[in-house]
Structure formats: structure tokens, C-alpha cells
Design a protein around this ligand. Structure first.
Ligand SMILES: *Cc1c(COP(=O)(O)O)cnc(C)c1O
Length: 370
């Protein structure tokens, strides 16, 4: 007999993934959609999301081994390496797997120039339009384009940039202006928008492009939370982290809870100890009072998160106790939803980080497409 696991588990919701990628298409109807699946599909697992995201026109990611895995799943369509090659031998795999790849610096052009291939590559020339992370400066951009255009190893050059502030008040105008000027009269497909631009700037003609790159929205997190939540954008949670109450404690005024006694009861309370801790990927920095669902009802955490356990307030939930289902984020019983963004905010981080950090020891199950 297999030993019983701890009650914690993660669920990946394929119907929600399919819904969210359809939202990207709906918001950018003239564009083709890359489903961004870097970081193992934002922690969801490439193999677990693949079927739900097949309606995308292509996949975008960073790691060559992830590209290989998508080819192994039978995908013959576009795959874009968002950061291009990291070393010269990566080009072999680009040729073999027919990968499209970003070109963001001169050395990558040098490698291409020395690369022997029968099939010329499609490359995405990246402009640094102001984020100052990757890409050619506006003054170097045309020179890079001309160099690439002269290479027999290259058959198509697309044009790409990335926004730093599509989710916030600064917006994208400063970068779209730079992109427009640097790429004026250059031929080739364009790709600009990440999730925040797809959601917030859909009406802006300056982002109208051939491809959009749907990342975090695909995974049911709002890039501009708390200004907007997933309900506002009509996105659905794609990952649930859930567990159970292992024990119940009764506190009287003055009793403390957990390491450091950081929480002290001001009144009589009933609390539950939950099988979920920071070694499962739940953020230790989620302070006292982080929202959580027990039996589908909203309550909050109490005291510090420990490695394997945390405490929740059951005072106002008398029907809940040992064995009650606890939703740390995602979909709870009775159609209750706790957005990962709310938990992330309470931990001083963003949904991206939490979904990428689910620990290996957490068993993952998949809710498949109907
Ligand atoms: C990660 C990434 C995206 C997706 O960003 P989201 O904010 O998750 O939508 C798009 N483009 C590039 C270049 C990226 O690295």
C-alpha cells in the first residue's frame, strides 16, 4: 500500500486555461497569439497546460529544453525563444527543432553568421525601447537589421519590443513612440504586447501588431492588481492550492500562536492548523490576516507561516473543523474563488512569483478539458 500523502495538493484547471487564452484572442482579434509558457508554464507544468493552450498560434519560452518538450508533445507550429540563444551551439537545436528566436545583441548575430544550416531561420529582432533589459538601442537597431538581412542563415526578420509599464500609470506611449520611429519602413511582423498591454491597451492603435504574447493573463492573474482583479478582466484561476485542517485549537485572550508568538489573541478564538507551509510554496511573508477559504468561506491566516503548517481563524465558521477543505488560492467549494493576486499582495509579491514557486513535494492533479 502507498503511504497516505499529506492532504495538500495543487490542481491545474485546463478549462480555465482555455478560457483565458481565448480572452487574449478576443482582446487582440487581429493578432496571432503566443501562449507564453516560460518557467515551466508559470509553474503549472508545460505538459499539464499544453492541451488547453493548443488553440494558441504559437508558444513562447526561454529554455531550449522546454522547446524540446513542446516538440515532443507533437506541436509543429511556431515556438519562439524570447531571449534567443545563450551560446553558439543553441543554434543547432534552433535549426533542428525549427525554433524562431529573438536576437537582442550583436554576439547573437555573430553566432548566426558562423552557423551552418540548410534551413534559414526566422528571427525576432529586439528593440530596447526603454526597459533597458534586452535589445538593441534605437540607434543600433537598423544596423542590426541590415546585418541580419544580409545573412543567408536568416530568411525572415520580425520586430519585437517589451513594455516595462503596461500595467501601470506610466503606460506604453513612451515606448510605442520609440518603436514606431526605430522600425518605420522596416518590413516584417511586429510583436509588442504582453498581458498587461493586451488587457489595458487593446484600443491603442500603437500596439496593433501581428503577434501578442499572452503570459500571466493565461494563468488567471491580473497584471494590474489591485487596480483590477481577474473578475474585472474576465479571467479564471488556473491553479488551486488546497489542503485540509489537521487540528483545532481554542484560544483565550492572551494566548499566542506559532513561532515567535507574533499573534496574540485579543479574545476567545477557535483556530485551525492547516497542512500547508512555506516548504510547499506558500509565501512565508504572507502576514497575519492573509485571506484564505475554509469550506469555501472567507477567513484569514493567523500568526506566522511555518515550514509545513499555518493557522486559520475558524471563530466565525463553527461548522468547519478537522478535515475541512482549505483553499490557499484558486477555486474553493461552493464556487468560491480566492485570486492568487490577493494572497500575493498580502505577501508583498505578485501572482507570478507564487505560481512559479509551488514546491516539488506538492502533488499536482489536472482538471482536464470536458
Ligand atoms: C514573460 C514575457 C512575456 C509575458 O509577460 P506577461 O506579463 O506574463 O504577460 C512577454 N514577452 C516577453 C519578452 C517576456 O519575457
Amino acid at each position: 500500500m502507498r503511504p497516505m500523502p499529506r492532504p495538500i495538493e495543487a490542481l491545474i484547471h485546463q478549462p480555465a486555461l482555455a478560457h483565458n487564452i481565448a480572452r487574449a484572442r478576443e482582446l487582440a482579434p487581429d493578432a496571432q497569439v503566443f501562449a507564453v509558457v516560460k518557467a515551466n508554464a508559470y509553474g503549472h507544468g508545460i505538459e499539464r497546460v499544453f492541451d488547453a493552450l493548443r488553440s494558441a498560434d504559437g508558444f513562447a519560452l526561454l529554455d531550449l529544453d522546454e522547446a524540446q518538450r513542446i516538440r515532443d508533445l507533437g506541436w509543429r507550429g511556431p515556438i519562439l525563444l524570447l531571449e534567443g540563444c545563450f551560446e553558439t551551439r543553441d543554434l543547432e537545436l534552433c535549426s533542428r527543432l525549427k525554433l524562431w528566436h529573438a536576437v537582442h545583441q550583436e554576439q547573437q548575430i555573430d553566432w548566426l553568421a558562423m552557423h551552418k544550416t540548410h534551413e534559414p531561420h526566422r528571427v525576432f529582432l529586439k528593440l530596447n525601447s526603454g526597459m533597458n533589459r534586452l535589445g538593441f538601442t534605437p540607434s543600433a537597431f537598423r544596423g542590426a537589421w541590415t546585418r541580419l538581412n544580409a545573412l543567408p542563415q536568416v530568411d525572415e526578420i520580425s520586430l519585437m519590443t517589451h513594455f516595462s509599464d503596461a500595467d501601470g500609470p506610466r503606460g506604453i506611449a513612451h515606448q510605442t513612440a520609440v518603436f514606431k520611429e526605430a522600425t518605420a519602413d522596416l518590413p516584417g511582423a511586429r510583436t509588442l504586447s504582453n498581458s498587461a498591454a493586451i488587457l489595458r491597451h487593446a484600443q491603442d492603435p500603437a500596439v496593433r501588431a501581428d503577434w501578442v504574447r499572452s503570459g500571466i493573463m493565461t494563468y488567471g492573474s491580473a497584471p494590474d492588481y489591485p487596480e483590477h482583479g481577474i473578475a474585472h478582466w474576465n479571467l479564471k484561476p488556473t491553479m488551486t492550492l488546497r489542503s485540509k485542517v489537521l487540528a483545532v485549537q481554542h484560544l483565550k485572550e492572551g494566548d499566542s500562536v506559532g513561532y515567535g508568538s507574533s499573534f496574540v489573541a485579543q479574545r476567545t478564538m477557535r483556530i485551525g492548523t492547516v497542512a500547508c507551509g512555506y516548504a510547499d510554496g506558500y509565501p512565508r511573508h504572507a502576514g497575519h490576516g492573509t485571506p484564505v477559504l475554509v469550506g469555501g468561506a472567507r477567513t484569514s491566516t493567523i500568526g506566522r507561516v511555518s515550514m509545513d503548517m499555518l493557522a486559520v481563524d475558524l471563530t466565525d465558521l463553527p461548522a468547519e473543523g478537522i478535515g475541512s477543505e482549505v483553499t490557499l488560492w484558486g477555486k474553493g467549494p461552493k464556487d468560491a474563488v480566492l485570486s492568487i493576486d490577493e494572497v500575493a499582495q498580502a505577501a508583498g509579491t505578485i501572482g507570478y512569483e507564487l505560481m512559479c514557486a509551488i514546491a516539488k513535494r506538492v502533488p499536482v492533479h489536472v482538471e482536464t478539458l470536458a
